[in-house]
Design a protein around this ligand. Structure first.
Ligand SMILES: Cc1ncc(COP(=O)(O)O)c(C=O)c1O
Length: 371
């Protein structure tokens, strides 16, 4: 495999230096928390190798509200990113074919690229409100297709794909013996909708991926998971995990268990905060519609607006001034292989004042950058 650093990682806030950014609108998560906020005592955690599939109590907690899943269907991984890597490397070889949405979280595209498999992209367009239809999937299927890769709620648009559409994809996949990867990393950020069951609960041809990073503000503990009811595939996935890392950090798992046991305590204030910031963002979009247009997000904490095309703008200069002069960071379009007139704005991470000022900075910077 041939690896290449992805712009979203090279230019991430942690790589740029958090202390160089005052208005961080580049994150796709809620605000990170401190260890002390967890109110957890880890004195009695035995620092042994943990269960290879992940601590049983944690796996049970992950599927607590699910009717059609058991703890045996869960493989805890050190992050959703690792789970996605494991899925790609298990499912795809050089001669295989993948169908994947674009734009997307970069790893969902870059790992298959590194494997060298053949890829058909389902391009989501602003004009089509970032939606796609079943015919596009049907048309893309080939005899060598092994995997259809969907992200919902979607990054970077905040769109949720219709439940019927994903279920139709699953039916087709079952019929053709193809697997469906549903990256559900943003599922707990459902601040406007009900929490739905994991798609893996509907079929043994689905692998759902999720983590604690986005909704609980703990990306630093690196705990995610994949869920799959297919017994043979589960063994292959476990074999991959064992070769990479054997087991997760038992400390991280203990923290993850504590968080999920008290999930509502963490989620309620976060959802309230997101609602509040979302209304700030909506107002701003309305006031700045001369320059910006957007498709309103439905879940998650990101949206993917664009600068209207009648404005000539040097985007490289715009992002440089935004960062250097205004100390404001957003996710530029090229993080997602898109034109830099698009940008991902994260509205869950900043506090309300930071969001207000960051958005003001964005508007001022646009006005300054129009050529
Ligand atoms: C869709 C999606 N999947 C997975 C990840 C990786 O999350 P984690 O921190 O759990 O590795 C991200 C992070 O941005 C993401 O946006």
């Amino acid at each position: 495999m041939k690896y290449k650093r992805m712009p979203i990682e090279v230019e991430s806030p942690e790589e740029m230096g958090y202390d160089t950014i005052q208005f961080n609108l580049a994150e796709s998560s809620v605000r990170d928390i401190y260890f002390r906020d967890l109110k957890i005592n880890l004195d009695d955690v035995f620092i042994c190798y943990g269960e290879h599939r992940g601590k049983k109590d944690l796996r049970e907690e992950i599927i607590r509200d699910e009717k059609n899943l058991s703890e045996g269907d869960v493989l805890v991984c050190p992050s959703a990113a690792t789970a996605l890597f494991i899925v790609s490397t298990i499912m795809l070889n050089k001669d295989d074919h993948l169908i994947v949405l674009r734009p997307n979280y970069a790893t969902n595209i870059e790992t298959p690229k590194a494997i060298g498999c053949d890829i058909s992209y389902i391009d989501l367009s602003f004009e089509n409100e970032f939606q796609f239809d079943i015919q596009q999937i049907k048309d893309a299927i080939q005899p060598q297709t092994k995997l259809i890769s969907i992200t919902s709620p979607h990054n970077p648009t905040g769109i949720i794909f219709k439940d019927e559409l994903i279920k139709e994809i699953i039916s087709i996949a079952e019929e053709k013996n193809i697997f469906v990867l549903v990256d559900e990393t943003y599922r707990y950020l459902n601040f406007q909708t009900e929490l739905i069951p994991y798609y893996a609960s509907f079929s043994d041809h689905v692998i759902s991926v999720c983590s604690l990073s986005k909704a609980f503000g703990v990306p630093g503990i690196r705990v995610g998971w994949l869920i799959c009811k297919h017994r043979k595939l589960q063994i292959d996935l476990l074999a991959a995990k064992e070769q990479i890392i054997i087991t997760n950090s038992v400390i991280d798992e203990e923290i993850a268990l504590h968080i999920l046991k008290n999930a509502q305590q963490f989620l309620s204030p976060s959802h309230q905060h997101i609602q509040q910031n979302f209304s700030v963002l909506k107002n701003w979009m309305e006031n700045e519609q001369k320059y910006f247009e957007w498709i309103e997000p439905k879940a998650g904490v990101v949206c993917f607006p664009r600068i209207k095309k009648q404005f000539a703008i040097d985007t490289a200069k715009f992002y440089a001034v935004l960062y250097e002069k205004y100390k404001t960071l957003v996710g530029a379009g090229h993080w997602f292989e898109q034109d830099d007139r698009y940008m991902r704005i994260g509205f869950g991470y900043p506090n309300e004042e930071e969001l207000q000022q960051g958005l003001r900075n964005l508007a001022n910077c646009i006005k300054e950058s129009i050529t």
